[in-house]
Design a protein. Sequence first.
Length: 520
Amino acid sequence: MAGTALPVLPKPAPRWPLLNGLWGVAVPLGLTALDWPVRALLTPGNILLFYLLGVFFVAIRFGLWPSIIGSLTSVAAFAFFFAPPIFSFAIADPENLVGVSVMLVVGIVTSKLAETLRSQTQVAEHRERRASALYRLSKALAEARLGTEVIAIGVQHIQAEFGGRNTLLLPGPDGKLCYPDAPALAMSWRGADLGLAQWVFGHVRLAGRGTDNNADSPAVYVPLQGGGGMLGVLVLELADVRLLHVPEQRQFLDTFVGQIAHSLERAQLAEHAKLATLKMQEETLRNSLLSSISHDLRTPLATIIGAASTLETDGQLAEASRRNLAAAISEEALRMSELMVKILDMARLEAGEVVLNRQWYAPEEIVGSALRRLDKKLHARQVNVNMVDGLALVQVDAVLLQQVLVNLLDNAAKYSPAGRPIDIAVETQAQGLTISVADNGPGIAPALQDKVFEKFFRLHPERAQGGVGLGLSICRAIVGAHGGDIHVSNRRGGGAMFQIHLPLLSAPPTITPEEKGLPL
């Protein structure tokens, strides 16, 4: 989730008015003390400029009324100490009287202008703080993906900007409002009146402290309304409820609530879209599975039923015909068994129930065991195995890796013309083990080379030997569980080549040839 706890920006505390007024007296008196020793060198106009400068300082620093006090104090100090007759508030020289009057008017006018500028500066700073707070909230909400993240961000930023405790209540499955349930929402307040919140949710009206409804409540209840209707209720325990009666502050809170409501609605719509996509994918997989199973079971079942019926009803069959029918029943039953094994293997792999039993094996032993398992299917084919003696040992689950090779070899036999050779190459490098299985068939179109590893995908679904489309998916799952990868490409001379890359997790042990044993 984006962001950490934000600091609460305190509002500037108002200065003590009496102290500010004292500065309006102290600054002119200080200037009088500075001007008195050099009064013979300064003209009355220079002295008045010094006093005017002091009035400017007080106006900028302390505001309008202290500067007016400073102006009056400056006039009195000039008249008493510098305007003849000295030590008297009377001013005999008309020129000094005009200068004092002009200084007083200019001081008051500039004080007013300085106060206006100061007020505008404070408003600009206040608006900048609000814009910055909205930016932080928008940025954090934009990075949120889940509804719980949106709620946590909203609670966090509202507390940082408005103070006090708060929580966001959302309707549960039964339509009743409840507290958010997530570890990241530990800061969420738990003292809300759920009954009052439910009333606000149903009537879409503000309630609680400072409102016309349940004004004695310690918190204010704000409805969260999105484009599609009510989403929930914000419960906010403000330290100063008068903030809600300031139009600008209330608008600021409404903007916060609107941002959170829109983000929450977006997160909920994304969750619904995700669930709909998952449901559609599940439905697609279910239909594909039923279609594939019905297609691949129908042929062997029909063969088995026909052969068994012939054996049962025809008592005049020759011995050779009986053996052929029995062999057909055995072959089709084996095919059905392999289909069921693939479906169960895929289910276990996707459920994460398969735990790798890694042991150190020689690559040639794993390849040899896979070839022996397919001896009957590959007896009419030439299988070329290219590997050097003494390859480094690999730490793998031999049973699962043999299943990968069996699936790849069976796939090569299905999709290449009868009698064409199958090539196997094994190589170990510093990066890991590479096993290639290549056929001499038509190959795979580049646009389909990634799709062949998807569940239930078949290049030629109309063929009887097409299978259920799980063999390559199982290969990818097993190789991925080993931390490796598998991909397919087309050979230059024609045919498809599947390559497996398995990383070496640690240095293999050194053994003598006599210590080697078969994995199975």
